[in-house]
Design a protein around this ligand. Sequence first.
Ligand code: NAD
Length: 342
Amino acid sequence: MKAVVKKEAGYGAELSEVAIPETGQDEVMIKVKSTSICGTDFHIYSWDDWAKENIVPPQIMGHEVAGEVVKIGARVTSVQVGDFVSAETHIPCGQCYQCQTGKQHICNDLKILGVHTDGVFADYAVLKEVVAWKNDPAIPATYASVQEPLGNAIDTILAGDVAGKNVLIVGAGPAGLLATGVARAFGATKIIVSEPNQYRRNIADAMGADLMVNPLAENLEEVVSDATGGVGVDFVAEMSGHPLALNQGLRSITAGGQMALLGLPTEKVLLDLSADVIFKGIKLIGITGREMFKTWHLAARLIKEKRLDLEPVITHQFPLEQFAKGMELMQNGNCGKILLIP
Ligand code: NAD
């Protein structure tokens, strides 16, 4: 089969002919119908410091996927050949304290598809049964692979209980753009999006933002204050991982408000905890992955009932062979979600 393989340490990846993988007893094999590129794939492709520490080449890249089950292992009971599935990418051990207390997504021995295992940028991929999410066949394959990052956005926005609230979304990459649509669907009153990139601010507009701000050209705290009658927002979703953005977000929250952090800073971040968190009574919530499988139920429902339109966020679609074009776009940032179709 053809696959996008991270062959060795260093920049890039290669389209290669590789053997179709074996299907273990607790695994299912899928014929891949659609995949999407995540920021993590770009980290691996560009071989940054995180990739150097976490990836052992050679490895097939990719983890956001939808496909048809073509083979099941002897012990598989919940999925049949012919089912249309997506993959939860957090592979839990099922044994640890977190798994036993309903927090599989932050399993103590977590493995991640396409990071610790071969991934899905290929004709076929093998998934553990425990992460094979059965899709409603009414959901198009091109949307089904995007449910995984949509789950990140849902988890982040749910942390803020946003109905009726004023919300600031910091960073409008695919995660922030999906979060904008989710905040709108879950009933936020005013949604402000802070993002330096004009192309992405335009998509935020299409996803239902009320106000788009360029934080490099405008004073975000002042804009937020003016837009909320001097009060500040009730909730901030930090979706950039940028240290400046994180501080700007914190200072835009009203006392007693909340901030959920999905963005991953690449270095340690300096915060004024006394002034910006403790004396303001701010609740900070870290978000890792998606709650399993609550966010999948909600993602599927939002898509199927047309409460969330993914079209503005899905900006490009390429055949798998042209993965490098997708990676180039990820680098310059003038994109939303990019699909790769085998
Ligand atoms: P992305 O890099 O495409 O988007 C980040 C956006 O932040 C960019 O559009 C960038 O222009 C913007 N930005 C940069 N500086 C800013 C500033 N000062 N103010 C506002 N915005 C600013 O990434 P993504 O795929 O959308 O993911 C968002 C973040 O979430 C990344 O840090 C990613 O690593 C992280 N992530 C975390 C998890 C998790 O489980 N916690 C899962 C997926 C992604």
